[in-house]
Write a protein that binds this ligand. Structure first.
Ligand code: MRU
Length: 347
C-alpha cells in the first residue's frame, strides 16, 4: 500500500489491520506493510521495519490487540495462555528498548482484567490506540521542555533517528529540535549517518528536510572534527533504556559522542519519555545490549563490502555513563544530575 510523503506516519490501524511504514525502504520508497497477526508484528519489529524505542512499544501494543482479536473465540483460560505466549513472542524481538516491555505490561493489565475474551479484545484495541495517542502528547511535552535549552542560532548534532518515525509522532530528540524551530528559533542540524543501519542518513535526514530545517549530513567519524572546529553547540539524542542512576543505552556511537562532548565542553542531552526509564536496573552494566546480524556491517544496501570470512561485531547500542550526560529531558521536565534522585522523583 502506497502513501504520500506529506502524510508519512509511523503506523496506522485500519479495519483490523496494522499498517507499518516500512522503514527498511526509506527514503527512496514509501510503503506500508500490512500486519494482521502478532506473528507478522513480531517479525516486523525484529527485522526493523519499525524501530525506535517508543514506536516499538506502540507497535507491540497493537500486536497484542491483534492477538486478542484472533484468539477471542477461545475459552478464557486458553485465551489467557495464548496472550502470555504472544506477549513472550513480542518481548523476544528486541531486548534493549524497555518501551517494549513497558507496553506489554500495560496490555497485560487489560488481558488479565476480566474473564471475557470478546470484551478484552475490544479493550485491548482501545488501550493500544491510547498508548499511541499518549506517545504523541508526551513527545510534544518533551519538545516544549527541551526547547528551553536551545538558544536561537544553535547548531545541534543528533545521532540515529529519534524523530516522528521512531515514535507514534513528533519525536523525542527531533521533537525538541522541532519545538525549538516552531518557536521561531533559527537552528542548524548536523546529522550523523549512523552506521550500520543508517537511521541518520535515511530517516533523520528525511524528517529534518521535511521540516524545512537547515541541515548537514555527516559520517559518524566526522563529529569530532566539527566539534574541534567549533561548529557544534550541543548534541541531542534519544534513548532506549535509562537506568536508575541515569546511565543511558542508545544507538551505538552515542557513548563516543558523549566522550567527544566532554573533551570539547559541549552539552549532550538525552530526550526520552518516562516509559524509557527502567528504575529496576541499577546501572547501565545491567542493560542488555542487542547484538545484530553480521550482514548489517559487511553489506551496504545488500552489496558485500567486506572480505568473505571476516569476523564481525555488531552491538546495536552502547551505554553512556550518567557522568557524561548534561541533562535528561522528559515529558515531566528537565532532569539534571544527580540523576538517581531526580529520576526517582518522576514516579
Ligand atoms: O535500532 P533502532 O533504530 O531501534 O535504535 C533507535 C535509537 O537508538 C533511538 O535513538 C531510540 O530508540 C530513541 S527513539 C525516540
Amino acid at each position: 500500500m502506497k502513501k504520500k510523503k506529506s502524510t508519512l506516519k509511523t503506523l496506522f490501524f485500519e479495519k483490523g489491520v496494522l499498517f507499518l511504514l516500512n522503514q527498511l525502504k526509506l527514503p527512496l520508497e514509501i510503503d506500508y506493510l500490512p500486519c494482521s497477526s502478532e506473528i507478522e508484528v513480531a517479525d516486523a519489529i525484529r527485522n526493523m521495519v519499525v524501530r525506535g524505542a517508543p514506536a516499538i512499544g506502540v507497535t507491540a501494543g497493537y500486536g497484542m490487540a491483534l492477538a486478542a482479536s484472533r484468539h477471542k473465540g477461545l475459552p478464557y483460560t486458553r485465551f489467557r495462555d495464548k496472550m502470555q505466549e504472544c506477549s513472550a513472542l513480542l518481548y523476544s524481538t528486541r531486548p534493549t528498548a524497555v518501551n517494549l516491555s513497558w507496553a506489554l505490561k500495560r496490555m497485560e493489565k487489560v488481558w488479565r482484567g476480566t474473564a471475557n475474551p470478546v470484551g478484552i479484545s475490544k479493550s485491548m484495541l482501545t488501550e493500544a490506540s491510547l498508548i499511541e495517542a499518549e506517545d504523541v502528547e508526551l513527545n510534544r511535552s518533551i519538545g516544549k521542555h527541551g526547547s528551553s535549552l536551545i538558544k536561537n542560532g544553535t547548531t545541534v548534532l543528533t545521532h540515529c533517528n529519534a524523530g516522528a518515525l521512531a515514535t507514534a509522532g513528533w519525536g523525542t530528540a527531533l521533537g525538541v529540535i522541532r519545538s525549538a524551530h516552531e518557536a521561531g528559533k533559527k537552528l542548524r542540524v548536523f546529522i550523523d549517518e549512523t552506521r550500520p543501519y543508517l537511521q541518520g542518513a535515511r530517516i533523520t535526514a528525511l524528517e529534518i528536510m521535511d521540516l524545512g530545517i537547515d541541515c548537514r549530513l555527516i559520517c559518524d567519524n566526522m563529529a569530532g572534527h566539527f566539534m574541534a572546529q567549533g561548529e557544534i553547540d550541543c548534541v541531542i539524542v534519544g534513548a532506549d533504556r535509562i537506568a536508575a542512576n541515569g546511565d543511558t543505552a542508545n544507538k551505538i556511537g552515542t557513548y563516543s559522542l558523549a566522550v567527544l562532548c566532554r573533551f570539547h565542553k559541549i552539552p549532550i542531552y538525552i530526550a526520552a519519555p518516562c516509559s524509557t526509564l527502567d528504575l529496576s536496573v541499577r546501572s547501565g552494566a545491567d542493560i542488555p545490549i542487542e547484538q545484530r546480524a553480521e550482514s548489517e556491517v559487511t553489506e551496504i544496501a545488500g552489496k558485500r563490502i567486506a572480505p568473505l570470512g571476516i569476523k564481525v561485531l555488531n552491538p546495536s547500542f552502547d551505554v553512556t555513563p550518567a557522568c557524561l550526560i548534561s541533562a535528561i529531558i522528559t515529558e515531566k521536565g528537565v532532569i539534571r544530575p544527580p540523576y538517581r534522585t531526580g529520576l526517582k522523583q518522576l514516579f
